[in-house]
Design a binder for this molecule. Structure first.
Ligand code: DLL
Length: 448
């Protein structure tokens, strides 16, 4: 196992807790003194920072939600004058104004440190070239990965998202060993390489660091096979720091991502009651930043649904989180059934006849909500059937083999998820792809 900061990454749990508690007390004193929003939260509960002795007392404090950032737009949650910040980033809100986050020089140091740890866990080493295909600009992905990779000693290729042909050209010409981008964009690049018949031997890619949107094992398998890489998950959110809040280790793929908890203390709580949930249970992920200076967050309600657990078999002591199952706010409720699009993705994993590209379209018909799964046929199967039986596109869609899988998929969705969904089969390459940014898998056409 490789570390960027072995002492901290393997710190025994009792010492990690002690460090967290010291940092938490300092942090709470700071926000109480400097941010009226937080002082009010404490006052309303009749609490002072001295009442929170350590992380085990955090449950006494209320949550901070995204609305707090909106209400205090743009700089109302900062502990320092804007002139003392070194950088500002934004994340798109669901409506209206963006969410603004600020960093002091020290915050940027920590940002780079957690990214350097993450890239090391992903398999990267100093001297490797990282093609950074996360968007540069207000989004935290581009610059976040950029400075962290430099801190690790990598050579960064700041290509940003999009421009797939150029991405592929540089992968070949520069022989980049690692790429970072959204999983859906990695699929776009992989499919383009396949379509153009480019030999993977002309490239030197070994690692892909994918995040910023939910993805599943089937996407991992497809990206790994088509790009010849080991793909790991990077997670984060602007409000907490950006990417690098947690990262999967490439030697422990599929067992969860380490949360760098000396900086970000996580909790899992019930999405309805807010009560803390035990290790292993799914609920809303909540973070308290322990070291952030410019814009600390206390019990920030991420809306992301996952679980936490300590992997006793690992040398790293920090807690692991599972894949993000979805967001509590983009969770669909269809005829009373809670639905995350990743549930449909998990069913699709069983059907090699289809590609990993799909979209869920939600419509209201009378008083009933209906979900349609728009799914592409696997490219090789499609072309194979076309060639073998000299069929046109429409005839391939009607082919027995495809119709059989179509019925099977409908039944398995009904059995596994408890909902009947309409399935619409599409030709390869016809469902929208990521152009470098996040991909929205759900098209909700219901009137709000
Ligand atoms: O997406 C930061 C980031 C950049 C993470 C690059 C990873 C790589 P925001 O734009 O603020 O920040 O969006 C944060 O994206 O609350 C999750 O819902 C989702 N998200 C981020 N990473 C993952 C992931 C960046 N690995 C929101 N898996 C978060 C699932 C993710 N969802």
């Amino acid at each position: 196992m490789s570390y960027f900061n072995k002492d901290i990454e393997t710190l025994p749990l009792d010492r990690l807790r002690k460090l967290q508690n010291e940092r938490l007390q300092q942090q709470l004193k700071n926000v109480y003194a400097k941010v009226p929003f937080y002082k009010q939260l404490f006052d309303e509960k009749g609490l002072t920072p001295a009442d929170i002795k350590g992380v085990e007392d955090l449950y006494k404090l209320p949550f901070t939600k995204k609305s707090a950032l909106r209400d205090n737009y743009p700089f109302g949650l900062f502990t320092v004058p804007v002139s003392e910040t070194a950088r500002l980033h934004c994340s798109s809100g669901t409506t209206g104004k963006p969410i603004v986050v600020g960093y002091t020089k020290n915050d940027l140091e920590i940002f780079s440190e957690v990214i350097a740890r993450s890239l090391t866990a992903a398999g990267c080493t100093p001297g490797m070239k990282l093609q950074n295909a996360y968007g540069y600009g207000l989004f935290t992905g581009g610059l976040g990965l950029h400075y962290g990779a430099e801190k690790l000693g990598m050579t960064v290729i700041p290509i940003s998202g999009g421009g797939t042909e150029k991405q592929i050209m540089l992968l070949q010409d520069f022989q980049s060993e690692a790429i970072c981008c959204t999983p859906s964009y990695a699929l776009t690049i992989a499919e383009t390489i396949e379509r153009k018949g480019i030999d993977l031997k002309s490239m030197n890619l070994k690692y892909a660091i994918l995040g910023a949107e939910p993805w599943t094992e089937s996407v991992r398998m497809e990206v790994e096979a088509k790009l010849g890489v080991t793909a790991t998950n990077i997670y984060g959110l602007s409000e907490i720091i950006g990417p690098g809040v947690s990262q999967e280790d490439f030697e422990e793929k599929g067992t969860g991502s380490y949360i760098w908890e000396d900086h970000f203390y996580p909790e899992i709580v019930d999405k309805d009651t807010g009560e803390p949930l035990p290790e292993g249970e799914n609920g809303v992920l909540v973070f308290t930043t322990l070291t952030k200076e410019a814009m600390p967050m206390i019990r920030y309600w991420t809306n992301d649904i996952t679980s936490l657990y300590y992997d006793k078999s690992s040398k790293r002591t920090h807690v692991k989180m599972g894949q993000i199952l979805g967001r509590s706010d983009d969770m669909l409720i269809i005829r009373g059934v809670n639905l995350f699009h990743t549930q449909v993705e998990s069913v699709l994993e069983n059907f090699g006849e289809f590609s990993a590209n799909y979209q869920l379209i939600v419509r209201r018909s009378g008083t009933m909500d209906e979900v349609e799964v728009n799914i592409e046929i696997n490219h090789d199967l499609f072309e194979g059937l076309k060639r073998e039986a000299s069929l046109n596109d429409e005839e391939v869609l009607q082919h027995d083999k495809i119709q059989y899988a179509h019925k099977g998929l409908g039944k398995k969705i009904k059995d596994d998820i408890g909902l009947s969904m309409k399935i619409h089969l599409a030709c390869p390459g016809t469902i929208p792809r990521s152009e470098g940014g996040k991909l929205n898998r759900i098209l909700d056409l219901r009137e709000k």
